[in-house]
Ligand binder design. Structure first.
Ligand code: F0G
Length: 354
């Protein structure tokens, strides 16, 4: 059969045994690696985007949630908890409900996108809006899991990384080898950790001839790794990566340094410009945080730091429908107004200047 079975079954030989005892899957993974001619032309490189919004709940989190929830199910867990800027909670809620578990989610009040909130509620999560930011939520979630019979499914759970590393496998499988450079947004830094593990495993096994340089991008108002210290009040329109003290900070630096890569900051303006290029020229609709890798590519290209002809892959992490309001704003902050016409072909053709 050609039915995609989800990342645990598809990459069973590279998964720990304990996630395979009771597999909980929604068919995650197998996402498109889409050539992006608009970005290739701008940079003189060969650019592809890995469209992680095509996962079942609309973000890359599903790759790690199948492994985390399967492992928890194997241990007979009944309750899971996560802190989240939105996508983790949507994913945890979906996989937990599939497994018949209770899912508690802690989200920063007022700072998560409507689409993600709706998903957590729809999937029956016990949603708690916390008076604090993501970092406060994560501290509380970790304490809850330490003191109560509750499993933590944030990316500090190593099972998450095992699932998320499969995105790197898929990229190498699609291209026939590792790219020269891989770019992605960095928030709590689980995903850069996971990609680096995946690329390294494939290189060690001889499936790929090399590992790529890892280029990670934080939002300028939430760039602790770039600044070298935690940020007490992180702020960015890219709410998914509004994080001041990433849990996998050290692993992100390890990925950067071992790969000969960089972790840099991009401004909200650069993120929104990249978001527009992805939507209007590449044809891929993402949420703002997801455009940080593309913003980083364009920023480094402007500084002459993108090697001509390099093969480049960029993870765009979440679907545009998660947080669609940005598409209805003009670059100068105005509102996009729909053009109104009467229902006759003359006025329609006229309005279209045909
Ligand atoms: N992009 C999106 C759309 C995200 O939701 C996240 C993280 C990231 C990038 C950054 O990935 O944390 O592994 O470095 N979202 C988490 C959440 C924090 O709660 O949904 P990371």
């Amino acid at each position: 059969s050609r039915l995609w079975r989800g990342v645990i079954a598809e990459y069973a030989d590279r998964m720990p045994a304990h996630v395979q005892q009771k597999i909980v899957t929604l068919g995650e993974g197998g996402t498109p690696l889409v050539p992006a001619p608009a970005l290739s032309e701008r940079t003189g490189a060969e650019v592809y985007v890995k469209v992680e919004g095509m996962n079942p709940t609309g973000s890359f989190k599903d790759r790690g949630m199948t492994t985390a929830i399967s492992a928890a199910a194997g241990r007979g867990a009944r309750v899971v908890v996560c802190a989240s800027t939105g996508n983790t909670s949507a994913s945890a809620a979906a996989y937990a409900t599939r497994a018949g578990m209770i899912c508690a989610v802690l989200v920063p009040e007022g700072k998560i996108a409507m689409g993600k909130l709706s998903q957590a509620v729809a999937h029956g999560a016990r949603l708690l809006q916390v008076d604090g930011n993501f970092d406060d939520c994560l501290v509380a979630a970790r304490k809850l899991a330490d003191t109560h019979p509750v499993e933590l499914v944030n990316s500090v759970n190593p099972d998450r990384i095992e699932g998320q590393k499969t995105a790197a496998f898929e990229i190498v499988d699609a291209l026939g080898d590792a790219p020269d450079i891989h770019l992605l947004p960095v928030g709590n830094a689980g995903n850069i950790t996971a990609y680096w593990k995946g690329f390294t495993e494939y290189a060690d096994a001889g499936v790929a001839s090399r590992t790529p340089a890892m280029w990670g991008f934080q939002a300028a108002g939430a760039a602790p790794i770039v600044k070298g210290h935690p940020i007490d009040e992180p702020d960015t329109i890219a709410t998914a990566i509004r994080i001041g003290n990433p849990a996998s900070w050290q692993q992100a630096e390890e990925a950067r340094d071992s790969s000969g890569g960089v972790i840099e900051a991009v401004t909200d303006e650069q993120i929104l410009a990249a978001h527009r290029i992805l939507s209007a020229e590449v044809g891929v609709f993402v949420e703002p945080a997801s455009a940080a890798g593309v913003a980083g590519l364009l920023a480094r290209h402007e500084r002459g730091l993108v090697p001509a002809g390099a093969r480049i892959t960029i993870t765009v992490t979440g679907h545009g429908l998660k947080d669609p309001s940005w598409a209805l704003r003009t670059p100068d902050g105005g509102e996009v107004e729909p053009v109104r016409v009467s229902a006759d072909v003359v006025s329609i053709a006229d309005a279209l200047s045909l």
